[in-house]
Unconditional design. Sequence first.
Length: 172
Amino acid sequence: MINSNIYIENIFNDWKPDCDKLTKAAGEILNFYMSIPEIAQDCCLQGYEYDKVSFDFLFCDGKKTHEINKEYRRKDYPADIITFAVFADSDDDEKFVLELEINLGEIIIALDKVIEEAAKKEISKESELIFLISHGIMHLLGFDHQSEEEFEFVVNYQKQALKSMGIDYDKI
């Protein structure tokens, strides 16, 4: 089991999700992923000695993700999720472990987009948010989806992670 420090900041005023519950869920998702050999063996943590991993969440709105997308990614649209996978995206000689703790990066989620998507899918906004959290954690671990095969890999394990928590995303 991986010890984790997970921090959540919510600057979105129209919904205040239960951050303690989400922190716990994110830790469970991380541990689920690391229990899967093909994830654990191929993730950015492979080959590093550590006792703890940390990562941050920023909950905001689409206006903020639009600004971040334009400034850092040169993309002119609001995103539902942006992941800055600091550890995974660094070159090997730039990666560092401070006091046996690895900072994986930050996941930024637009809660207004979560609410919109949940309404479209006719599911709870909490389920949609946890689905995005699981997606962001896969990115923090170094998994992307530039091809259809990679996309299927990521989404398949997201669904399995949620299922392990009692959320059957296939039925959503």
